[in-house]
Design a protein around this ligand. Structure first.
Ligand code: FAD
Length: 391
């Protein structure tokens, strides 16, 4: 390796978005301003943001991870992350609906389904006529996904599926479920992935969870009773389900990391506006030093963790495995969202805690980013495993 070789070419580390992505970010920011004004009402009334999601569909925001030949825009993970930060800075319930649809359902179908399956389901998914949901968790299987018990027994040209999935985002609104079920006794190789349509006999929406935050996003049980699943709805091969689930979660975690950036940014904006309004008689800022330090630390972390998210997204767009990088992005960004929302509530004082502005809602929403798509402790395990793996 010669030092001249390095010196003779321009050195690039891309810390700025391309002009096209900046334009797209501004376009999504416009969508958020125009269509997500009901965020507080969705939370207060526990109401699904149907109109906002449909408006997003019409603008093409439900097809960013789908190939062009199947009606998508093939924008990929980096663009999706940029989009999700903008949406989640205003409305997390709309944000998680779009994140799950794009990163846990469309991405999975695009990567693992055959052409006939893609032609069957993408036309409805890319237009938002159908929303998708990702059904992995069960009552006794969350962090330990391989403990799942839902089973699919092969009978001739179909499988018979029985079980119950818990905590399913968009559960009551989705028309298409990706369901992970047991097709054999092996803990890992006995898991397979299926596409299940809501209209099929035996598919039911069970109890709806009452949640701390993300209240506009319906989280429900999905009950599967003797559901006849045609064999051509198996995704990839029997026994590949666990690999598919984990690979898909790498992308999903980027969506939740971006959601966390959006929450953190919204909380920092509240703090900035509050401190900037504290002026003495001569118009000079009077914010206390500790409050300024908090603001400074949060703002610096936001910029740093955004780069973690973009790095993992760029790797995934390049087809490089990014489990460690995605876990770093999610664990850092989601913890920042919690710190920023907590700081907003305490700096704004009673107004912050009262629900008179978004701080209290952000604090409730932020908590969930550290739980779903892998709790923070699980992200730390994934990172440590990645670092300790033989290279
Ligand atoms: C709002 C919401 C939406 C969700 N949406 C979906 C969805 O769409 N689809 C879906 O399939 N699931 C969904 N989930 C489920 C979610 O992914 C799980 O809740 C999550 O993976 C944690 O699993 P668990 O609830 O079983 O908690 P547990 O596994 O019981 O974990 C609880 C805590 O124990 C600790 N812990 C557990 N195991 C370990 C370990 N091995 N090492 C160290 N610490 C550990 C962690 O700190 C963790 O926070 C959703 C959950 C919520 C709250």
């Amino acid at each position: 390796m010669s030092t001249t070789a390095v010196a003779n070419v321009p050195q690039v580390a891309d810390f700025v978005l391309s002009p096209e992505l900046i334009q797209f970010r501004d376009f999504v920011r416009g969508y958020a301003q125009q269509h997500l004004g009901g965020a507080a009402a969705y939370d207060a009334e526990v109401k699904f943001p149907r109109d906002a999601v449909q408006a997003a569909a019409q603008l093409g925001l439900l097809r960013t991870t789908v190939a062009k030949e199947h009606g998508g825009s093939a924008m990929g993970n980096l663009a999706s992350c940029v989009m999700l930060e903008e949406i989640n800075a205003v409305c997390v319930s709309t944000g998680v609906t779009i994140s799950v649809h794009n990163s846990l359902v469309n991405s999975l179908l695009g990567k693992w389904c055959n052409d006939a399956q893609k032609r069957r389901w993408f036309p409805k998914l890319v237009t938002g006529e159908w929303l998708g949901a990702y059904c992995l968790s069960e009552a006794f299987s969350g962090s330990d996904a391989a403990a799942l018990r839902c089973e699919a027994k092969r009978q001739g040209d179909h499988y018979v599926m029985n079980g119950a999935k818990l905590w399913i985002t968009t559960g009551s609104e989705a028309q298409l479920f990706v369901v992970f079920a047991r097709t054999g006794p092996d803990r890992i190789k006995g898991i397979s992935a299926f596409v299940v349509e809501k209209s099929w006999p035996g598919v039911g929406v069970g109890k709806k969870e009452r949640k701390l935050g993300l209240r506009g996003s319906p989280t429900t049980e999905i009950v599967l009773e003797n559901v006849v699943v045609p064999a051509d709805c198996l995704v990839a091969q029997e026994g590949q389900g666990f690999t598919i689930a984990l690979d898909t979660l790498d992308g999903g975690r980027l969506g939740i990391a971006s959601q966390s950036l959006g929450i953190a940014r919204a909380a920092i904006d509240l703090i900035k506006a509050h401190l900037a309004a504290q002026l003495d008689a001569k118009g000079r800022p009077t914010a206390t030093q500790p409050d300024q330090w908090q603001l400074a630390d949060l703002a610096a972390d936001l910029d740093a963790y955004r780069f973690l998210v973009w790095r993992a997204a760029i790797l995934r767009d390049q087809g490089v495995r990014c489990s460690t990088e995605a876990a770093m992005a999610k664990s850092c960004a989601s913890r920042l969202a919690n710190r920023a929302a907590r700081a907003a509530v305490s700096i704004l004082g009673p107004v912050g805690a009262s629900g008179q502005n978004a701080a209290e809602r952000l604090l409730r929403d932020a908590r969930i980013t550290e739980i779903y798509e892998g709790a923070t402790d699980i992200q730390r395990l994934v990172i440590a495993r990645g670092l300790l793996a033989p290279s």
